[in-house]
Design a protein around this ligand. Structure first.
Ligand code: MG
Length: 381
């Protein structure tokens, strides 16, 4: 397939799996961008020969340049580099899998340039959902979700009438601390939190899965992606991660998407839509699983999830505020500055700390982002 793909976040878990999918289907890699994994990026450039490569961390630019001194490629750096790649004329699709708020501006830039986006960066829609979806509609740009849950919903919507959807079921693995009481959460370690039962992912999203913030962010994303009211989205803990999510229609029929927990399936669907070609993954054997289980999420114990649902119900800047507070708190936890349990306390305290405000521009998002981070830093000290 002669599709031109640019990948932002190419050295992360989604990025490397995306390259595998692109390689399998013969896509042309137009540009690659990474945060700071300069050696892996250089390796990828040698292998895939993109026209552009960007290292976000400007301190690593010189190193990238020397690593690739014998390769013909235009090197870029910083947010300017990311945005330049996002808007390249040759792009057929921009895959955005960078981590954190950094992903929002490149997404907006790609949409502004009329480029379809395969979106794995959660913060784009959590912090800027209204802006992003409004701009995408205006520019006629398609957003293809890469998250397994949203890809599942997107797949379950195919061939049906949007106005006949009653709601959706967002499944959650429950993370490593499913069933824990609030007291039990007090003593969990970083090593335990970084060990997810089903998915191999980067450290930020793995911690978000342990606090259930990840499901809260996905809840918010689902609202924007599929134009649903919060009361139309039900979260169900499904420990095996085989049913990736489902859509309920007015006739009470529920259509679900199943598969092994492997991100290459949603990545490939986003890049190849609507084609379903062979994917470099395992086939699902239901009898290997034997039993699939379902339970209610515990939003009292996992405060992040409760806070995220409350935030999108309130609207305005609240989703952005809790997201930025969470990013800051997770960073502090990963640097051993706060215990695990404090992440949820910090995130939920944002709801009381900030007055309602609205998001009308990228600057509004950035303002809320800074305010939330300053607040968290003032607590952590
Ligand atoms: Mg997910």
């Amino acid at each position: 397939m002669n599709k031109f793909v640019s990948i932002l976040g190419s050295t992360g878990s989604i990025g490397t799996q995306s390259l595998e999918v692109c390689e399998k289907h013969g896509f042309v890699i137009n540009a690659l961008a990474a945060h700071s994994s300069v050696e892996l990026l250089a390796e990828q450039v040698r292998k895939f020969r993109p026209r552009y490569a960007c290292i976000y961390n400007e301190e690593k630019y010189a190193q990238l340049k020397s690593l690739l001194s014998d390769v013909q490629v235009e090197l870029l750096t910083g947010m300017e580099g990311l945005c330049r790649i996002a808007a390249l004329e040759e792009n057929d699709i921009v895959l955005n899998s960078v981590v954190g708020m950094v992903g929002l501006l490149p997404t907006l830039t790609a949409i502004n340039a009329g480029k379809d986006v395969a979106l794995a960066n959660k913060e784009t829609l959590v912090a800027g959902g209204e802006l992003v979806m409004g701009l995408a509609a205006e520019k006629g740009v398609k957003i293809y979700p890469i998250d397994s849950e949203h890809s599942a919903v997107f797949q379950c919507l195919q061939g049906n009438k949007r106005e006949q959807v009653r709601g959706m079921i967002l499944t959650a693995s429950g993370g490593p601390f499913f069933g824990y009481s609030y007291d039990q959460l007090r003593n969990v370690t970083k090593e335990q939190a970084l060990h997810h039962p089903n998915w191999e992912m980067g450290s930020k999203i793995t911690i978000d899965s342990a606090t259930l913030m990840n499901k809260g962010l996905e809840f918010i994303e689902a609202k924007w992606l599929f134009d649903l009211r919060p009361d139309q989205i039900q979260i169900v803990v499904h420990r095996q991660s085989v049913i990736h999510s489902a859509v309920e229609y007015n006739d009470c029929s529920v259509i679900a998407q199943l598969g092994v927990p492997d991100m290459k399936i949603p990545i490939q669907y986003a890049l190849l839509y609507p084609e379903r070609l062979e994917c470099p993954t395992k086939r699902l054997s239901l009898t290997d699983y034997g039993t699939l289980t379902f339970a209610e999420p515990d939003i009292e114990t996992f405060k992040c999830l409760g806070a995220a649902i409350e935030a999108i119900g309130r609207g305005g800047a609240y989703p952005c505020l809790i997201n930025s507070a969470n990013e800051e708190a997770v960073g502090a936890f990963l640097h051993d500055k706060i215990p695990f349990i404090q992440i949820g306390e910090i995130v939920s305290s944002v709801l009381d700390r900030f007055e309602p405000s609205s998001i009308r521009s990228y600057e509004d998002v950035m303002k809320a982002d800074t305010a939330a981070r300053d607040y968290v830093r003032s607590i952590i000290g």
